[in-house]
Design a protein around this ligand. Structure first.
Ligand SMILES: Nc1ncnc2c1ncn2[C@@H]1O[C@H](COP(=O)(O)OP(=O)(O)OP(=O)(O)O)[C@@H](O)[C@H]1O
Length: 325
């Protein structure tokens, strides 16, 4: 459904130094720095997938989303989505996609949400009957009832985001691009947005490409992750793959009868220790969990043991370190 082959994009950014002299000079002679936002990025996405597109700030995520939604033209490479080249066939193409930029709004600020929706219905030429059905579904699932008559500027961020997502789906697109859809939302709203994304993916088969810095979004939604760093695609796989490649550490919290001897387990490092509790970090590449617990129970009289996997956030930090991002 989505084929991106070798796309590259370089931005020329004017160099500016402070001071009046430099400002005057720059009127006649401008110097530019080239910023390589994307370098030879390729991937394929099948219908019905939810793909998390992640990477540190400035990695090139939004640039990719903009290219895929036809807003930007790459310098090199091809992008074919549902048979269209986004930036060439924009008018026909946009009927198939919905786009939400978490930091921008596609709604008109001063008019009630319902009026913005009507305008979008007109722009996308959605037949009245279809629009009515879609609106009924979106109003119910996104709980928009009380918001529709409110001007956008009076909505809270979470309320606005629900309306933005509804706006992007009014024309029933089969692909949804979400650029940081949960940014700034409270915990309840985040869960509601995630739940809704899951529902439209499952029930309507909508393909979702989402960029986020919130690893809970990724764990809750994405069956596949594309990791981009400094404009290059570095990882393409699922969350489990990410864990087995980068998340080999486990944390063991052990409670035991009072014991004043220090604990020593080869392959494990002690994160904290008291005569009644020890917290250890175990690298499963060096020592198996069962082995570590056997060694632990030989040294203390165990009362309780908890084993935690590494939070996905830590794994991502480790990946960023490994790739020097
Ligand atoms: N219009 C532009 N003009 C100049 N440089 C740009 C422009 N848009 C993006 N860039 C540069 O391209 C690089 C990639 O930017 P992009 O916005 O795609 O990153 P991102 O991964 O979305 O980052 P973030 O997580 O911070 O949103 C950055 O170095 C950015 O400064």
């Amino acid at each position: 459904m989505i084929t991106v082959e070798g796309i590259s994009k370089t931005f020329l950014v004017a160099k500016r130094q402070s001071g009046l002299g430099h400002a005057l000079k720059s009127l006649f002679h401008r110097e530019y720095t080239a910023v390589e936002a994307l370098q030879n990025v390729s991937f394929h996405i099948a219908p019905g997938e939810i793909v998390g597109y992640i990477g540190p700030n400035g990695a090139g995520k939004s640039t990719t989303i903009k290219i895929m939604s036809g807003i930007l033209v790459p310098d090199r490479g091809s992008c074919v989505i549902k048979g269209f080249t986004p930036w060439e066939d924009r008018v026909k193409y946009v009927k198939h996609i919905g786009v939400v930029f978490g930091q921008r709004s596609q709604l008109w600020w001063d008019v009630p949400v319902a009026d913005s929706f009507e305008l979008l219905r007109d722009i996308y030429n959605v037949p009245q009957a279809e629009y009515k059905n879609t609106m009924a579904l979106l109003t119910e699932t996104l709980d928009l009832g009380n918001l529709l008559q409110t001007p956008v500027r009076q909505l809270s961020l979470g309320q606005r985001m629900r309306c933005e997502i509804a706006a992007s789906l009014l024309h029933s697109p089969s692909i949804l691009f979400l650029d940081e859809p949960t940014i700034g939302l409270d915990a309840v709203s985040k869960i509601a947005v995630r739940q809704f994304i899951k529902t439209i993916n499952k029930e309507k088969g909508v393909t979702v490409i989402l960029t986020t810095h919130d690893m809970n979004d990724i764990e809750a939604l994405a069956s596949r992750i594309l990791l981009i760093g400094k404009g290059n695609l570095l990882y393409d796989g699922n969350v489990q793959g990410l864990r087995s490649r980068f998340g080999t550490k486990r944390t063991i919290t052990a409670d035991y009868h009072e014991n004043n001897r220090p604990i020593d387990i080869p392959g494990a490092s002690l994160l904290s220790w008291t005569p009644e509790r020890a917290i250890l970090s175990v690298d499963t590449e060096q020592v198996m969990i069962s082995e570590a617990i056997a060694k632990l129970s030989a040294q203390v009289e165990l009362l309780d043991v908890a084993i935690d996997t590494q939070p996905i956030e830590d794994i991502i930090v480790q990946m960023y370190k490994e790739y020097q991002l």
